[in-house]
Design a protein around this ligand. Structure first.
Ligand code: GLC
Length: 481
């Protein structure tokens, strides 16, 4: 980096920090420091992969469904762990190089981090665990967590561990303590008589301890999940668990899913049940699931996690793939509201990524190659809404993302500003003509959209823009995708 780029990057980082720096709680400064890379990253890859992946949404030769999370297949067919494991283990056959493919794909897509399921609700651990033999170490004689972590590091990606605190296999997990949390054997007496949930919690802590002790730096712990009727200290000894994790990984960031209360950023049990405030003692960020908040959440770090079709874990029956246009515009929409996008792939039982997902991730990557500077390290849009698209900002640069190209070749921007320069990111050599027009600016653009999905114009501004005060914010309901 030359001095100018360093100065620009510093301005950008400072803006990002201020934009999300208002979170409450005693450790706000420490929180800001550890969130720095994450706020700049803006785009990550989520991976749901485990025993359910080989089953692929099929049970006894029949599709379990064409929509919804097939990582829940054990619960959907109400199988006990022995039955489930007997069918699923032979179908879970990771090829030797699978993790390198994931990491290369994340990199090619423009993701800066990768979060993967170290253990999902079925309880099968992908590492080689001393605390359990329901794990990759015992069944495959491999440590899949190490393989994935190594592959991510080789690509320069930050790495995060999704970890389910719900566990459908453990014989001391007292699922009857919650009416709201799912379990395949819900409502039935425990087959092994009395259970001691405290023993399960010891086990949970022991496995998490392995994960944060044996794989070098872990950047994110992505907990999943709690209920209003069973959460936090009562359910998982959550505060103690978080403190133990932080003792081993001082810079790690964690989501808020060990809890399900208002002060921890939750309003209800629905996937749209997120609040727009968070005390950081309960977690560093909020995770709207399959939803993009209608407006940004100033002062709160949030990350929308989303599927490419409708399932997290692989299903051979789900063909409801989102278009590249939807995905690219979602990423822009989220960045324009100051959030991160964690976009999920569900690899098959052999670890290979469905070709539809590879195609989409690469399409996002191609767009990011040209336009990535309008996403990384940016802050939320200064406009409450824009009729033709979205915006982000970074230091003196304002990025305009045009979804609907103007038919008359003139883009109306609802602000007054002193524009030093205007260019298309796709053709940065040619300056665009900009003229003031009352409280607005008019930018002369090429007749046809250079990129019909989203063309980005960068305006280098002198001083702060004056946004048209008559612009109204969008309705407050979060958009479901
Ligand atoms: C959930 C689901 C799940 C998925 C996750 C991703 O709450 O239980 O299967 O892993 O959310 O956000």
């Amino acid at each position: 980096m030359n001095t100018k780029t360093v100065a620009m990057a510093a301005i950008g980082a400072a803006m990002v920090a201020t934009a999300a720096g208002a979170q409450s709680g005693p450790d706000a400064a420490a929180h800001d420091a550890r969130m720095m890379w994450w706020r700049e990253a803006r785009f990550g890859m989520f991976v749901h992969w485990g025993l359910y992946s080989g089953l692929a949404g099929t049970w006894e030769g029949k599709p379990v469904g064409t929509k919804g999370g097939m990582e829940w297949i054990q619960q959907r067919v109400k199988a006990d762990t022995d039955t489930y494991a007997k069918r699923a283990i032979p179908l879970f056959k990771p090829t030797p190089g699978f993790a390198k493919e994931w990491a290369a794909l994340a990199k090619a897509a423009g993701c800066r981090y990768l979060v993967f399921t170290t253990k999902h609700h079925d309880g099968f651990a992908l590492h080689d665990s001393k605390a359990s033999d329901y794990d990759a170490g015992s069944t495959l004689n491999r440590d899949l967590v190490r393989e994935i972590v190594d592959a991510c590091r080789a690509q320069g990606l930050r790495v995060g561990f999704y970890h389910s605190v719900i566990d459908w296999h453990h014989d001391q997990y007292e699922h009857a303590k919650s009416k709201q949390l799912p379990h395949p054997l819900k409502g039935q007496p425990y087959p092994n008589g009395e259970r001691s949930h405290a023993k399960y919690v010891d086990y949970l802590h022991a496995q998490v301890n392995e994960l944060v002790s044996n794989y070098g730096t872990v950047d994110v712990l992505w907990w999943d999940y709690s209920a209003q009727d069973f959460q936090g200290d009562e359910a998982w000894r959550a505060m103690e668990l978080m403190a133990k994790v932080r003792a081993k990984q001082p810079a790690i960031i964690m989501n808020n899913r060990l809890f399900r209360s208002a002060e921890a950023g939750w309003k209800s049990m629905g996937t749209d049940g997120f609040a727009n405030s968070l005390d950081t003692k309960y977690g560093d960020f909020i995770t709207p699931e399959q939803h993009i908040p209608a407006t940004g959440m100033p002062g709160v770090d949030w990350e929308t996690c989303m599927t490419l079709n409708t399932t997290w874990g692989f299903s051979e029956h789900d063909h409801a793939w989102k278009s590249d246009e939807t995905l690219i515009r979602n990423l822009i929409d989220i960045a324009s509201k100051g959030g991160n996008y964690l976009l999920n792939i569900g690899p098959k039982g052999d670890g290979s990524v469905p070709e539809e997902s590879v195609k989409s991730m690469k399409a996002i990557g191609a767009w990011m190659k040209v336009n990535g500077e309008s996403i990384y390290a940016t802050a939320a849009s200064p406009f409450p809404t824009l009729p033709w698209g979205r915006a982000t900002q970074k230091g003196p640069a304002l990025y305009l993302h045009v979804f609907n190209w103007p038919a008359d070749g003139v883009l109306d921007v609802p602000m007054k500003a002193d524009v030093a320069k205007a260019v298309l990111l796709a053709a940065p050599g040619a300056a665009l003509d900009v003229k003031p027009d009352g409280a607005h600016l008019k930018i002369r653009v090429p007749a046809a959209a250079p990129d019909p999905v989203a063309t980005v114009i960068r305006l280098d501004l002198r001083g702060a823009p004056e946004i048209d005060p008559t612009l109204k914010p969008p309705a407050a309901a979060p958009a479901k995708h």
